[in-house]
Design a binder for this molecule. Sequence first.
Ligand code: 10G
Ligand code: SF4
Length: 343
Amino acid sequence: MIPDPAVPVRKRVLLAAPRGYCAGVDRAVIAVEKALDHYGAPVYVRKEIVHNKFVVETLTERGAVFVDETDEVPEGARVVFSAHGVSPAVHAAAAARSLRTIDATCPLVTKVHKEAVRFASDDYDILLIGHDGHEEVEGTAGEAPDHVQVVNSPDEVHKVTVRDPDKVVWLSQTTLSVDETMETVRRLRERFPSLQDPPSDDICYATQNRQVAVKKFSPDCDLVIVVGSANSSNSVRLVEVALDAGARASYRIDRATEIDPAWFEGVSTVGVTSGASVPEILVKDVLADLAERGYQDVEEVRTATEDLMFSLPKELRADLKAAGQEPPRPTRGERRSLSVEPV
Ligand code: 10G
Ligand code: SF4
């Protein structure tokens, strides 16, 4: 129906919950912050600790030095591995340069690594559903390069070849679209009826919860704004999920300054969410911007409550303990890292 310009549209915001930081991101960001506090700058970090521009910029200002590979880290220096995980080859390269490593790989990614190792030792063909070139996929595939082949999407299923169709298992990246992954699995199973499932969900609780929340409010939204960086797989997926679930339009932004006034023509309900690597301060900025445009009425749409927490990487915990410092634990429901105002 074409809106009558004489009738003012009721403007409101639906705010997804859960959104933003997951337990693995919170732990990884706090690990870099604590490493900076404890050892002093510079602290080297291999790859972006999480895929968020603001997080990387803020940690850089505090003295973190982000590098692409361990050979850019001075011999003997300290390096943090990102939350997305690394392959055994990266651990070996770091050891060869006598680097002191802090492994901030999310424990839920480590779980997938262990599955890859186990199925490879049983000589399975492992079909790893995920995006080629993504750090997590490189890390997981690197656990068993001779047994893993990456399947990017349902459209690639026809290309897969296996040695023994009765000894095939699928695993996946933790941050994919649940629906698209299930479609890939459905097509794989058509080709390989004995295809084995992972022992437990590889797409993690945080990815699933954020998608469920977006699915819930999207049919009621004229516009869904997703806060997250362009290289953040789970954030990009939230835009796709919103559109698939019935949002009229959806855009990803890094921060509020990227909001385009043209998006609001005839828009009554705006959905807002954020990816698992996004500090809440960036969402607050978006809400403040929307309020200035007349969208002051904010209603939270909660589909799950999250209280998972991970302890800090063991290397850091040990050093903090040896120095008589109690390793910090995030308080339930409170995100302590990167609480600073955006620059
Ligand atoms: O969604 P991706 O995998 O690109 O990562 P992110 O850094 O944006 O979000 C947190 C997820 C991970 C650290 C991957 S397990
Ligand atoms: Fe861990 Fe999931 Fe967060 Fe990745 S998205 S860091 S697997 S909790």
